[in-house]
Design a protein around this ligand. Structure first.
Ligand SMILES: *[C@@H]1O[C@H](CO)[C@@H](O)[C@H](O)[C@H]1NC(C)=O
Ligand SMILES: *[C@@H]1O[C@H](CO)[C@@H](O)[C@H](O)[C@H]1NC(C)=O
Length: 822
């Protein structure tokens, strides 16, 4: 529309006259221009076209005046009756011309007869018929709460199709607490509103603000439009999670089961979304132990027991807890959880042996400390109070000094009685129920050399046949020592002297086993009894001794032949015995006297007439006495000089013998008295003064004997009392000497018969009997022996058998005396 207007303007050469009125007209040379207000009523006259074109009203119909273009006809119409251009429809300037500041419509008028084309311009004048409006009536603005003061937020401008003063002239903002409005004017005059933050936002205080922006135009009356602006305050993580309290205190018994709830923590964070999502975790100061023993749920804040709580390990825990939100950057709050663990009696007492004297020497005096203990209980209070008890049956006691205990001896010890003690210590605490611990000690008692060795017998008898080769075992002495180890390691030795020579030159002893060996050959005829002192000592550092006497009895062997004392031996020509022919049978011719250096049976001689004699039937030789008597009446026919061959044999095994030759001369006259003085025994009975003499002697001897027997008995009783403890006291009962006596001649009782045979034999036999009786005076059998000696003496006295009693008593006295001396 504008372009067609411009084109005729270029061609017009005249002045354009414009007349503005409600229905103004313009006189324009070559160009007519009208103006009309928009929104005018239909039929409103724009201008008188006929008049302005110089046409007559009456000609109008004839010339068929009309509007040339369709567009023109749409807006306007020409009244043929008046030639006035009227508005044929409602005109909206904003629709026809938009935002252009001037709006001119080109109108063509056509007239026929002659055909003429006229151009008109109609300017449509603006009317304030539009209110400012915002493209978005409701807007929301998201602003972080952290936005700085004075930050600007551009807003949409309002639109107003009206132009000029009718367009938007100003903006207003409703009063509010945070924002102000600033309007910028661009060079083209357009206005741009901006929000300016005047005061910091806080989502937690006001999450949302409602603003109303009003645009006002400059028309009169002014029109306005509004827009609703909702300011959403965006959350910023500006709040840290906060706990109710900075410190929590909790008490919990030890041994609380795993999983038990300790406490539920709660931290609040007013921020929203992730900024307010709280997660719990242990703080950086949390110890490793706490992490092991407690569990913290990151979401719920529950603190639970997750390990074995042990009061003894730690009675107190401090848990640092951190609550952290998930904002960016994250913020955190802290609290401390103080956990007190309460003690339970869950620890038995402990007994620690710090030192122990083991083994304990047996000479340790009472109240000596042999062990030190520490006792402790990891519980506290009464749960940790410990008492220590000891088994009552041992000689040890416990002494205490606070928690230190010592083990002392209660009485003296004796290893020989008890060498080992099982000591049980029981520690008990004061909890309820109480816990106990027991400790068992094996205490050894070590040996001290406090016991001397002891021989098993008070004395020893050994028997060795004479002429035995050196080296033969004589006997074994044995001692015992109840001590231990070296203290009981015994060494035997020979002590002292015998007949001026060291005793060890007679016998040798094995130092280890106590075997006693002969060092030389013994001769009974020189030495019958050899008392040897044997010592034993143990091998302790201070050795202890004992000694014992070993009596070595040399046993006789038949190593001597009988020796003829009468008649005188060979070499000299024997003096013939003279026998009167008138001698009756039984006449004592002579008596052969022989001795044997041996003892006992070996010296028990018997006499026999050998058949080699001149006339063996003429004489009789007493087997035991050696008396040679005539066997019958002598006759003249008998050979005048008789040779008698007499065999003197001892009773040894094998027997040894000697022969003697006696010559007997048978004579008419013979000196009967010649032999008498020598026949001591035969004559005794016949001479009363000799008998009297013997009785006196006997009485004296008997008194001495009786006194001796009494003394012996007393001594025996005393010694038996001392030796009663030794069961081996009777050892000698099995001695070879006894065998020897018992078996040599089973049919003859040694002590009765031999006395009548030979004075030497009788003395020796009596000596042997008495010595054997005295060898062990405490022996019951020997007591019987003593009694039999007394009985024998008594029977001899009763029978007045003084000839036999005398040598017996003599031997008794000698033996007793020698025994006492020994
Ligand atoms: C205690 O004696 C026993 C044997 O009786 C022995 O096995 C143990 O080793 C001894 N203990 C000490 C400490 O001497
Ligand atoms: C043998 O023991 C006795 C006491 O029993 C003592 O008097 C004597 O001196 C001891 N002799 C030796 C050589 O030890």
């Amino acid at each position: 529309m504008v372009a067609p207007v411009a084109a005729p303007r270029g061609r017009s050469r005249g002045v354009v006259l414009s007349l503005f009125s409600l229905c103004g007209w313009g006189w324009v040379s070559g160009q007519i221009r009208y103006s009309v207000l928009e929104e005018s009523e239909v039929g409103t006259a724009v201008g008188n076209v006929a008049q302005d074109l110089g046409l007559k009203v009456e000609q109008l119909a004839g010339r068929r005046l009309r509007l040339g273009s369709e567009e023109s006809r749409q807006h306007f119409a020409v009244r043929l009756d008046s030639g006035v251009l009227v508005v044929s429809e409602r005109l909206d300037r904003e629709r026809l011309c938009g935002a252009a500041s001037s709006c001119v419509l080109s109108v063509q008028v056509v007239a026929e007869n002659p055909l003429q084309l006229f151009r008109l311009e109609v300017e449509i004048l603006d009317l304030n018929d539009n209110s400012p409006s915002f493209p978005t009536a409701r807007r929301s603005l998201r602003i972080a709460e952290s936005a700085a003061v004075a930050t600007r937020f551009p807003l949409e401008s309002a639109q107003d199709p009206d132009v000029g003063t009718n367009a938007v002239g100003s903006y207003r903002l409703n009063p509010n607490s945070h924002f102000s409005l600033d309007v910028k004017q661009l060079q083209d005059g357009k206005l741009f509103p901006e929000l300016v933050l005047e005061r910091a936002l806080d989502r937690e205080e006001r999450p949302e603000l409602q603003l109303v922006l009003t645009a006002v135009d400059g028309g009169s009356p002014a029109r306005s439009g509004t827009a609703q602006i909702t300011v959403q305050v965006l959350d910023i993580n500006d709040n840290a999670p906060a706990f109710d309290r900075a410190t929590y205190k909790v008490q919990i018994p030890e041994n609380t089961p795993v999983g038990a709830l300790l406490l539920q923590l709660n931290a609040s964070d007013p921020d929203e979304g992730p900024n307010g999502e709280t997660q719990y975790s242990f703080g950086v100061h949390t110890s490793e132990a706490v992490r092991r023993l407690f569990a913290l749920d990151p979401h719920s804040g529950e603190v639970r027991v997750s390990g074995e709580l042990d009061f003894e390990e730690s009675p107190f825990y401090e848990i640092h807890v951190r609550a952290r939100d998930r904002g960016v950057p994250e913020m955190e709050g802290h609290c401390v959880l103080q956990v007190e663990v309460e003690d339970a009696n869950d620890n038995p007492p402990e007994v620690l042996l710090t030192s122990l004297l083991n083994p304990v020497p047996e000479d340790t005096p009472p109240e000596t400390v042999v062990g030190l203990f520490n006792v402790r209980d990891r519980d506290s209070g009464a749960n940790g109070d410990v008492s220590l008890e000891i088994s009552p049956s041992v000689p040890f006691a416990v002494r205490s000094l606070q928690n230190h205990f010592s083990l002392v001896t209660r009485q003296s010890l004796d290893r020989e009685t008890t060498s080992q003690y099982v000591v049980q210590l029981i520690a008990q605490d004061g909890g309820s129920p109480a816990l106990t611990t027991s400790l068992t000690l094996l205490l050894n008692v070590s040996d001290v050399n406090d016991n001397p060795p002891r021989f098993l017998q008070p004395s020893y008898d050994a028997f060795v046949p004479e002429n035995s080769p050196p080296g033969s075992l004589l006997c074994t002495v044995s001692a015992s020592d109840p001590d231990d180890g070296d203290n009981s390691l015994l060494v035997y030795s020979i002590e002292g002297h015998v007949q001026g020579a060291p005793a060890s030159s007679y016998v040798h002893i094995n130092p280890n086993d106590g075997n006693l060996y002969a060092q030389r050959t013994f001769d009974f005829e020189l030495l019958q009894v050899l008392p040897i002192s044997v010592a034993v000592r143990d091998s302790g550092s201070l050795p202890l001794h004992a000694n014992v006497t070993v009596y070595i009895f040399v046993l006789d062997q038949n190593d001597h032949s009988p020796t003829i004392l009468h008649p005188a031996g060979n070499g000299d020509v024997p003096t013939p015995e003279r026998v009167p022919l008138s001698a009756p049978p039984g006449y004592l011719v002579t008596k052969v006297t022989a001795v044997d250096a041996d003892a006992g049976y070996n010296a028990w001689l018997s006499y026999r007439l050998l058949p080699e004699s001149t006339e063996p039937s003429l004489f009789h030789v007493s087997q035991y006495t050696g008396e040679v008597r005539t066997a019958r009446v002598l006759r003249d026919t008998d050979v005048a000089v008789q040779q008698l061959l007499i065999l003197v044999a001892d009773n040894g095994d094998p027997p040894l013998s000697t022969t003697v030759t006696i010559s007997v001369a048978l004579e008419e006259e013979a000196l009967e008295e010649s032999y008498k003085p020598r026949d001591f025994l035969a004559g005794a009975k016949e001479k009363p003064d000799l008998t009297l003499y013997l009785i006196i002697a006997l009485a004296a001897v008997s008194t001495v004997a009786l006194a001796t027997v009494t003394l012996l008995a007393a001594w025996c009783l005393r010694r038996r009392g001392r030796a009663a403890a030794s069961p081996r006291c009777c050892w000698a009962a099995e001695s070879p000497s006894r065998d020897f006596f018992n078996h040599s001649s089973p049919n003859d009782f040694l002590f009765v018969k031999p006395f009548s045979h030979s004075s030497t034999a009788e003395t020796v036999a009596a000596y042997e009997q008495v010595t054997s009786t005295l060898a062990s005076p405490c022996d019951g059998v020997r007591d019987g022996g003593s009694r039999s000696v007394a009985k024998l003496v008594k029977s001899h006295l009763q029978n007045k058998n003084l000839g036999q009693l005398y040598p017996f008593l003599f031997a008794l006295v000698i033996a007793s005396t020698s025994r006492i001396i020994l």
